[in-house]
Design a protein around this ligand. Structure first.
Ligand SMILES: [Zn+2]
Length: 428
């Protein structure tokens, strides 16, 4: 918070200087109109955020997700977008996605991303000073509101005419439907006919996101000979399943503990005479004088690129295969691995355009966020297909996925101005 306050004070100072000429001189007349229209949209943006937050839309509430999608669809239609709903198979139990498009011939084809669903539910919108509280206020109804405030400003300035912009608001970002090949098919298809993707997840202190880690989950099962505890370490009994599991986990830490952008977390372990593991829950029993014949461990793995994912998975399997005497082990990776957004030159070029727009607006520089500070997101599904930038949404908030979630209402206008200018400079 102190860093953010300092930055805010810095911004006010820069804006004051900017208003007497320095920053404004960097904007051409159309861009000045765009910035002004975005600022004019502040109270409508706050009202829209309140309306969206008050419609509960946790991923599993399909009617709620569609209802909040309908609110945003109406806003998009009002500025000339055609909207449609992408349905998913009923047995997937997901609400589907909203897609909105305008066609033209000018500039780069842009895909703008957001998500309609939230993790939690139940906190209505309330305002306290510059903070807007409520479920999804920050992640990411605030981000969609920023996107709309930017698009409305562009529309009012005549800067959407003849542009090629697609908006996709997914209904299941927080718990994507399986298989991903089906739930993310429309997104991949839209990315295939776009030149760049911009995602409006929460913005973090003067940064944007050019890399996000992907993750997958794994389960380790080890086996050993059971028998009297006095026989352990001996030729006849071997080392038992618990030592084999401990060997493997210690080797994971030794081999991967210092690898950049990689984390590997064992979250749960059980072992003994009997042991069961079922997703998040395990049971075990065993007497102290008996060698354990079975053990399970489960955890996740986070990586910055598909190459790192492949390499680490192969090295994990190699570690697993070096068994202790008279033990066995298998390592299984779950289906549904989340792909990473790997930093690329194309992503950096988008960041450079955003950074230039932000400086020209007098809003200060925008740096790349450390990929270690952000979890996986929807943009990972298309990041290998086109240049991408994320973290363009509202900022100054906290408590995403937790009670007391809020966003900084005073960030709506600066973030919308920044995003509008970015879209304008990419699409003109
Ligand atoms: Zn989100």
């Amino acid at each position: 918070m102190p860093t953010y306050l300092l930055r805010l004070i810095g911004r006010v100072v820069i804006l004051t200087i900017g208003s007497v000429g320095i920053a404004r001189a960097a904007l051409d007349p159309t861009e000045q109109v765009i910035a002004q229209r975005a600022a004019d949209g502040q109270s409508a943006a706050e009202a829209l955020l309140a309306r969206a937050v008050d419609i509960e839309s946790p991923t599993e509430n399909l009617a709620g997700v569609r209802a909040v999608g309908e609110v945003f669809a109406g806003e998009l239609r009002a500025i000339g977008f055609r909207t449609r709903w992408v349905d998913l198979p009923p047995d997937m139990q997901r609400a589907g996605h909203l897609v909105a498009e305008i066609d033209g011939k000018h500039g780069r084809r842009l895909l703008l991303l957001g998500h309609l669903d939230t993790v939690l539910a139940g906190e209505r919108f309330r305002r306290e000073g510059d903070r807007g509280y409520g479920t999804g206020a920050s992640d990411m109804k605030g981000g969609i509101v920023v996107m709309l405030q930017a698009l409305k400003a562009l529309h009012a300035a005549g800067a959407l005419a003849d542009r090629r912009i697609t908006v996709m608001l997914t209904g299941d970002e927080e718990d994507a439907g399986l298989p991903f090949a089906v739930s993310r098919a429309a997104m991949v298809e839209l990315a295939g006919r776009s030149d760049a993707a911009l995602s409006f997840e929460t913005s973090i202190d003067g940064t944007a996101t050019i890399g996000r880690r992907g993750f997958s989950s794994w389960t380790l099962e080890t086996t050993g000979e059971t028998g009297h505890s006095s026989g352990i370490f001996g030729e006849g009994s071997g080392s038992g399943a618990v030592y084999e599991a401990a060997r493997i986990l210690a080797a994971f830490q030794a081999e991967f503990g210092a690898e950049k952008y990689l984390t590997l977390n064992p979250s749960l372990i059980v072992g003994g005479t009997k042991a069961t593991l079922d997703d998040y829950r395990g049971t075990a029993e065993g007497k102290t004088n008996v060698i354990a014949p079975v053990a399970f461990a489960r955890g996740d793995l986070r990586y910055i690129s598909l190459e790192q994912e492949r390499s680490v998975k192969a090295r994990m399997q190699a570690i697993v295969a070096r068994h202790l005497p008279r033990t066995g082990a298998t390592l299984r990776f779950d289906d549904g691995a989340y792909p990473p957004m790997t930093p690329t030159a194309g992503n950096e070029e988008l960041l450079k355009v955003l950074d230039g727009a932000s400086r020209d607006l007098g809003l200060g520089p925008v740096a790349a966020l450390d990929p270690g500070r952000r979890g996986a997101g929807d943009i990972g599904f298309i990041a290998h297909l086109l240049p991408c930038l994320d973290g363009l949404g509202s900022g100054g908030g906290d408590n995403s996925h937790a009670p007391g979630e809020y966003t900084g209402l005073d960030t709506l206008t600066p973030m919308a101005q920044r995003a509008a200018l970015l879209i304008h400079r990419l699409s003109r």
